[in-house]
Ligand binder design. Structure first.
Ligand code: PLP
Length: 445
């Protein structure tokens, strides 16, 4: 019988961990099958998928409608070039379905194969937009400290993962950072609501300092998942929108995680009452059945882009027909009012279950829930003289292992338990997730 963890360790480069560390922990868990809200590994062990992979499988695993749409499309047309004057029916149908889902506010789509490509293409498009309109000096892209936008050199430069950037740099220039709206631990040392949303003002100050004629775009997640589901105060996004418009800086929403229903609407920016200029999507666009991302341009940007602007070279797999067919079926499942209502209902239930079962425990810090995005902070135990206190990384690893042992898959990253079950999950799965977490926290006591 094949020892899958050992074989995977030897044959696959693993991202986000070192091979030495993997050898110590026995190798990766190797998933083999899945259904609904559950994953099964190569030994037959079953887990609740409490993170939808990594905020990807919004429609749940093995959904028959998506499987059928992909099979039919692969039979009809598996691949055709979709650029330089060519397109395919599946890509055109998806672009129509997607722009309808956002009520035509965003009216043109560029397809990529994932989140890093979507963010990178969105920002290249922002630079192109300015240069094609006679402002070639507008090049700098501003992002927020503590964010993650992808793994290409450009998007890694916009992120705050120094450990990775140092290893693969130098990073591209023309990048700058502003503070994050994390009210629970304000980087400016202020407190809401007396702070006058200084985190948004930091963007205006940074644009002034760099020179408005040099800044192309500001990119951010509506709710930052990399900062542990940091939900900004209600004034933040309208203030940022106004600042971007004032300085002719394009607002790029990275909705790679938050989009496609995860936050109870097709886009999370809609929940904050704003329209971005460009939106980057990926992850749940196909619910993970095929790699696909999309860049949506606001109708004002589409019409403002000079007709002779030559778009950036594209990708071989742009508009891949089978991926597009999966996405159209996925949007038919997810872009329905009852699904969004279900997200709001389950969000409230998850918040209550987490607060009831975990709130007030010594090792539990903040608990944050927005739509079906959630995070629970792990507090390190108090220092005991003569006993070594485990680091956040060690605690995270222990917690991940205990949760897996108890039959729940999720990630614990830098002391933060990340959660995000499939959107169609039964309501009582929210209680089950909280129960699993409670039993893992019991072991820390
Ligand atoms: N943007 C955000 C907010 C993400 O969380 C990620 C990935 O986790 C990306 C971009 C990059 O997406 P991908 O891994 O599909 O390239």
């Amino acid at each position: 019988m094949t020892d899958y963890p050992a074989t995977a360790r030897e044959r696959i480069w693993q991202f986000g961990t070192s091979h030495r560390k993997m050898a110590r922990t026995g190798g990766p868990v190797v998933f083999d099958t899945a259904d609904g809200c559950h994953l099964v590994d190569s030994t037959g062990r079953r887990y609740i998928d409490a993170l939808s992979g990594v905020w990807v499988v919004n429609a749940g695993h093995s959904h028959p409608d998506i499987v059928a749409a992909m099979t039919a499309q692969a039979t009809r047309l598996g691949y055709a070039l979709s650029e330089e004057g060519f397109a395919n029916t599946a890509a055109v149908d998806l672009a129509t379905r997607l722009t309808d889902a956002v009520d035509g506010v965003y009216d043109r789509v560029y397809f990529t194969t994932g989140g890093s490509e979507s963010v990178e293409m969105a920002l290249r498009m922002a630079r192109l937009y300015h240069s094609a309109r006679g402002k070639p000096g507008k090049r700098t892209v501003i992002s927020r400290q503590g964010s993650y936008h992808g793994t290409t050199l450009f998007t890694l430069g916009l992120s705050s993962y120094d450990i990775f950037s140092r290893a693969v740099g130098p990073l591209p220039d023309g990048l700058a950072k502003v503070v994050h709206p994390t009210c629970a631990d304000c980087p400016l040392g202020r407190s809401y609501p007396g702070c006058a949303v200084g985190c948004a003002q930091d963007l205006a100050d940074t644009i002034e300092r760099l020179g408005p004629d040099t800044v192309a775009a500001f990119v951010a997640e509506p709710v930052s998942t990399s900062a542990g589901v940091a939900v900004p105060p209600p004034e933040y996004w309208p203030a940022v929108r106004e600042i971007c418009s004032r300085y002719d800086v394009l607002l790029v929403a990275d909705e790679v995680v938050t989009g496609i229903g995860r936050c109870g609407d097709v886009l999370a920016t809609r929940r904050f009452g704003i329209e971005a200029d460009i939106v980057a999507l990926a992850k749940a666009l196909t619910s993970g059945y095929a790699p696909l991302g999309a860049v949506l341009t606001h109708r004002d940007i589409t019409t403002g882009m000079p007709a002779n602007a030559l778009l950036i070279p594209g990708f071989t797999f742009t508009g891949h027909p089978v991926a597009c067919a999966a996405a159209t079926a996925n949007l038919d499942i997810l872009c329905r009012p009852e699904v969004h209502d279900g997200v709001h209902r389950k969000s409230a239930r998850l918040a209550t279950a987490l607060r009831d079962r975990l709130g007030g425990r010594p090792h539990v810090g903040g608990i944050r829930v927005f739509g079906l995005l959630a995070a629970v902070d792990l507090e390190p135990p108090p220092t005991v003289p003569g006993r070594r206190t485990p680091s956040a990384a060690e605690l995270s690893q222990l917690m991940t292992g205990w949760l897996l042992e108890s039959g729940l898959y999720t990630r614990v990253v830098e002391g933060c338990v990340q959660l995000g079950p499939p959107l169609l999950a039964p309501d009582d799965l929210m209680d089950a997730i909280a129960d699993h977490l409670a039993s893992a926290f019991d072991r820390l006591a």
